[in-house]
Design a protein around this ligand. Structure first.
Ligand code: HEM
Length: 542
């Protein structure tokens, strides 16, 4: 054992955020840690002397072998026989109830340690280094090497990731940076409302929008194009331009093969000549996505060049800034635009679908939110990013939706140091799965966890921080979602205007809709909703 007969440093963050460095002895079979210590980073330093003051307060650190978890065969049956891939969120819950807040699973040669406790998740994320690694991205990197493409923020690691992250962080991480996109987003919201009117007018009842996710997919795509490419695609028009239809089809293909993008890497390379299809589809869907982004980036680049050649001042948004400053090279810009689009469309559209579904099924909550909006903005005022802090229930609505339906039900990390988590020694290089879905459904983290209560997120006063590692749908810390503020802006502005204008109701066509995992947590059946114009009468009754 690598740590045999050595002193280990345990660096733990106490309740007040202070980092405590401790030394403990290890011998051939037993490692020790303080019973009260939390996240622990371990470094072997080759000294055998235990700190006397700690002796007696210690508990034994257990090994991975001792960690409970489902058997490898059980996992195989669960995933391949019982279609576990579409029930990852449920399996998380079942396993955490059965094996506890930390357990191990084996997927072929890959050992994964699942962390299903709020405080343990907090420990892992709070003890991260400067460039955390999310998971095995080998297949993504292999595609990029094959085509001479750059990695983007999702697929990059180490120095490459740090460089790109520091560029993008300055541009889109703070609410005030994305507030400047308010007008662009609102112009897309106007098109969204027109589209709602058109779609419901095509139904016999004049109210129903069938499969709202299709609508929100187009809204999210249009919104992302407006922000990322500084361009409009016409996805929400009655007649979608052919070019944009092709893009949408390409994106649907990309998203529908998302599972493939996640699992193609799991198929060993030597199997590719025998089963070539997964890898081929994986590559061709990436080809489509990269070329989609490249067309838009190149178009903006040409416009900038022309403006410069005419001696005009170049003004613009995110892409213009990136192209003019060249803090990233062109290939890195293509890659980041591609990966941000991939990350930003389905995530936002599924969340909007769930949010409207929850509003429809909870009319009293919808009415409270409507009243907050009219009280704060009056009737018909178009909200901007600056208004959102004055609409705590709209923010609570998005948070509560993402708690109940976290688009990414789990997240990954590869440990970059030896760690002790939950009393177990976890060697460097171990794949961790952070079980966000199960922590967000735990009663001890969220009383009445199954219920929809947007108001649970409202702060009572300035000291009341509703930080809860039980629900961190955008992740936490240095490697968290870079697009969080963009996604929130798109969702807050769209939901505020939808609630202002319509009473959203359940439709007889839709019964209860369950969630399934398809890469992301998405509705297992189409969500059909009714959008009734609010009038003086419907304003008062829900
Ligand atoms: C409801 C909407 C969204 C949700 C719930 C969401 C959630 C997440 C989560 C959980 C992660 C992983 C964080 C971690 O590993 O700690 C992530 C990463 C990421 N997201 Fe989002 N996301 C959303 C929208 C967006 C949007 C709109 C964009 C683009 C503008 C975006 C771009 C990214 C990127 C580039 C990363 C990788 C960051 C890095 O590795 O440094 N996301 N997102």
């Amino acid at each position: 054992m690598a740590l045999q007969n050595k002193i280990i440093h345990l660096s733990c963050r106490c309740l007040f955020g202070e980092v405590l460095n401790r030394q403990f002895a290890s011998n051939s079979r037993v490692l020790y840690k303080s019973a009260s210590s939390e996240s622990l980073r371990i470094t072997a330093v080759g000294d055998e002397t235990p700190r006397e003051s700690l002796v007696g307060k210690e508990t034994r650190i257990k090994t991975l072998k001792e960690m409970p978890g489902p058997s490898a065969v059980g996992n195989l049956i669960e995933f391949f026989w019982r279609d576990g891939f579409s029930r990852i969120h449920e399996i998380q819950m079942e396993h955490s109830q059965k094996y506890g807040k930390i357990f191990k699973s084996r997927f072929g040669p890959q050992l994964v340690v699942s962390i299903a406790g709020r405080d343990l998740v907090a420990e892992v994320l709070r003890s991260e280094g400067v460039a955390p690694q999310r998971g095995n991205m080998e297949s993504w990197q292999e595609y990029r090497n094959l085509r001479g493409r750059s990695t983007g923020l999702i697929s990059a690691e180490g120095e490459d990731w740090l460089k790109m992250r520091s560029v993008l962080r300055q541009l889109i991480m703070r609410p005030k940076d994305v507030a400047q996109f308010s007008d662009e987003v609102n112009s897309v919201v106007v098109d969204l409302m027109k589209r709602v009117d058109t779609l419901r007018s095509q139904q016999p009842d004049g109210l129903t929008v069938v499969n709202v996710n299709d609508l929100f997919f187009k809204y999210a795509m249009e919104g992302m194009a407006a922000i990322l490419y500084e361009d409009r695609l016409g996805c929400l028009e009655n007649e979608i331009p052919q070019k944009s239809q092709d893009y949408i089809a390409a994106l649907h293909l990309m998203f529908s093969s998302f599972k493939m993008t996640m699992y193609a890497g799991a198929i060993p390379k030597w199997l590719r000549p025998i089963i070539p299809r997964p890898w081929e589809e994986f590559c061709s869907s990436w080809d489509g996505l990269f070329s989609f982004s490249q067309i838009h980036v190149d178009k903006r680049l040409e416009e900038i060049k022309e403006q410069m050649s005419r001696g005009e001042e170049v003004k613009g948004g995110l892409l213009t800034h990136m192209l003019v400053t060249r803090e990233m090279n062109l290939e890195e810009i293509y890659a980041n635009m591609t990966e941000m689009l991939l990350a930003g469309v389905d995530t936002t559209s599924f969340t909007l679908s769930w949010a409207t579904y929850l509003l429809a099924r909870n009319p009293e909550v919808q009415q409270q939110i409507y009243e907050e909006i009219t009280r704060t903005l009056g009737h018909g005022t178009i909200p901007s990013a600056d208004d959102v802090p004055r609409l705590p229930l709209i923010r609570g609505l998005v948070k509560e939706t993402l708690r109940l339906f976290p688009v990414l039900p789990g997240n990954g990390r590869v440990t970059q140091d030896d760690l002790v988590i939950g009393g177990y020694f976890i060697p460097k290089g171990t794949q961790l799965a952070l079980c966000h879905y199960s922590t967000s459904m735990e009663e001890e983290n969220f009383p009445g966890a199954e219920e929809f209560h947007p108001e649970r997120w409202i702060r009572k006063d300035a000291t009341d921080r509703v930080d809860n590692f039980g629900s961190i749908p955008f992740g936490y810390g240095i490697r968290s979602c870079i697009g969080r503020r963009i996604a929130e802006l798109e969702m807050h502005l769209a939901l505020t205007q939808l609630i202002q204008r319509y009473r959203i109701g359940v439709c007889p066509l839709t019964d209860e809709v369950k969630a399934k995992t398809h890469g992301l947590l998405c509705p297992a059946a189409p969500i059909n909703l009714q959008f009734t114009d609010r009038t003086a009468q419907t304003d008062r009754h829900s």
